[in-house]
Design a protein around this ligand. Sequence first.
Ligand SMILES: [Zn+2]
Ligand SMILES: [Zn+2]
Length: 843
Amino acid sequence: MSNANLHRSTNWRRKQAKLLINDLVVEFTRVTNQQENDTISCTTNAITDFDLYCDSDTNSSASFNRDMESPVALNSEKTKKDDERNDPPSIFPPIVLDDEQSEATIDLIHVATALIALKSRHNLSQRCIDDILSLLVILGINIPSSYKALCTLLRKRSQTHLSPSTHTICPHCENLSQEVCRCTTCGANYLPILPSKIPLFYTYNISKQLKAILSTSPDLVLHNKNAVRKTTMKDITDGNVYINLIEKDMGSIITLTMNVDGIQPNKGSDRSIWPVLLVINEIKRKKRYSPENTIIAGMWPGPSKPSRNEMSLFFKNIVSDLQDLEKGHVFQLYCPEHDYRCELLKVFLISACCDKPAQCLIQCLPEPTAFFGCGNCEIEGISVPTNNHGSIVSFAIYENDQLAYERTNERHDLLLEQQRKNKIQMANFTRYRGRRALIEAHKNTEKGIKGPCMLRILSYFDVGHSFLVDSLHNIYLGLFRRLLSLWLSHQDKDEQWSVYSRINYLSSLLSRIRFPSTTTRYPRSLNKFAKYKGSELRLVLLFGHSIFEKILKDEYYSHFLLLVLAIHYAESRCLTRDMVDIVGKLCNTFLYEFPKLYTTRQNVQVVHSISHLSETLRKFGPLSTYSTFNFENRLGVLTRSSKGTRRHATEMMNNLMYLRDACFESMKPDMNKVLHKLISPWLHMTNSYSNATKYSVRTLHPLNTSDQAISSIFPGEIVYYSTAFIDQVRFTTYDYARNKVADDSSIIFTTGSEENFGRIRCIFSINDAEPMFYVDVVSNMTAFTCRTTTDVYSYSNIQTGLSSDNTNSILISAKDIIEKCVFYERSDKICTFYRFPNLEECS
Ligand SMILES: [Zn+2]
Ligand SMILES: [Zn+2]
């Protein structure tokens, strides 16, 4: 074929493809229009900007109630009219893969699922998916040509795809209205006030989402009274609050954790979006926060942060939904053996993990930085002058202080009663003199309370301790960033705690710390500390603290170590009640010393917040199981999924719904296994349990070296490798890792009953047998220690020793390896190994 011919032919094909796309669009629009005619108008264009008047959920369940069958099987049983309604692009021929693993054919719905998964995985725009579709069409695959059409397909099949209820807040009577343009309470029309000036929000039916999750999740574990009480706490269900609830013996229960957090849809945007998310504590930790198991209760779309009054109206429906669930509903539970299993479950909200501004709105308390701003106790705080003639509220505590009351339901009710009495007294107080003093006195008796907390009417939610100390906001982004700023900011450079002049040296030390490849984000240079994400701050606190040794003054460094140990314990994967007590002591000592070392002025609310850490641990178990890190990951996926420049909230909600539809779809038995394997990671739903029983070791990259010690011991053919995989986990030799960012050579392994730290020197196999590991160990290691005025605490998960030239090496097999760890070698060859307190991935 000549070049010109080829050219013409490509053009011709393009034209044909274009015609085909046009045909499909026409056909598709015809079908969708037809099917929407009998409900209210909902054209293809409005599908992603969901139609406020069209409840697609009831629509789809009315015409489509069996979701376990493939569309093909279903169509044959349906009438012709139904056929047209439910199978828009009927031209798609099922694809049969030439594979032994799965005979299931790939239908259009599966392609739609895959593309939506792909969109989520790579944060693709809708136009990108449209382009991929056009490409597929040219390649001869008959497929609808728009992302919106794919969404419709998925939505029609889904039983969980909900449309939100929209509410507005009437500017005339300040009540809720179910309509967008007028008030359903007072009847007033909003015009001529512009719609953009009317506060509007969305809420979703919680119980419908619970139904969908419970009927599909294989990871639900219900707890009952007879379970043995464990000595260690591994999850929120091991905490005292949960155990007390179980012991009430109310039958089967489900508990929820709530997250409310303001997020910016994109960088530099001043828009603030507030999703309310719920997770089910009885779903196994690894799957608890996956998209298919997250409940979205509501969405405040902004543009600005809700006021206290708006927040309470926003929560009105959510709370009444939650109250209804407390009475108990019959839920169908996932059951692999039987067709269905139904159980009566009572559902309780027991905890909330929010950032501080959201928390004080929900609690109806003052800003966290104001007097009585602590959400967990009634500490007043004192006003301290700042350098620039301002003032700041300090929450410093001293050893002989009388403790402030914890905030609890009982105190909340008492304070509200007090507030009521104060109001009456004020109303009867007519004199001018003494009025100010009375206002002051009243403020002191009300302890900052502004009104009732909207979650107070729930049965097992405590308006004090159910608000958890959150590792992300309170500890890493709060306290630890504050500490770094004291040490490293230019502003404090003349203070006695400053190490500002050493920041470049500290950065070079930080870069010597070797993190394994499973760490998602290595900390950037300390010059950028102000821009650190929560996960970077976490790594520097847990594993980077050693770089400050001998650079911070001794008293500051040993004070810092109290925090390091407290957080290692708090993040521990199995927390004992003794450890919780120690965390309490460490935090108290840290707080008593803090104003002495850094002055009262620096003892702001974020510093104070760790005084409630041990109570949160005692009542709700280890930090990592409820930390907002989990939610932030979730929200990160959501935030990045929003590509548009307007209507972010709507776009995010739609993306979450379709992502969840795709997750449910991919779990159905008619999903082709090969395709399932491909798209599961895209949906962030890799099954962490699947490989647990299989144990495999494989080696990679043979090396052209030999080790004197090994070849002198073993006869036979020895092959050396740089890399080995044990199951899915990668290990390398330290030589291999030397010039790389990630270092998978530092490990914890067992010899007999002992656990040791070491670094992999060689990976080799003899005569093709199972590979062996030759591991360098440092002799005479000492454990991490820190001291309070009365006690010394030693922690064996961090150990330091001198690596000499004649190091000991030990021969071990893959089965002896426990896990990877963090390694830091100073220029004087003193090394420290750090074990991860838990292996949960944090953003
Ligand atoms: Zn009104
Ligand atoms: Zn407090």
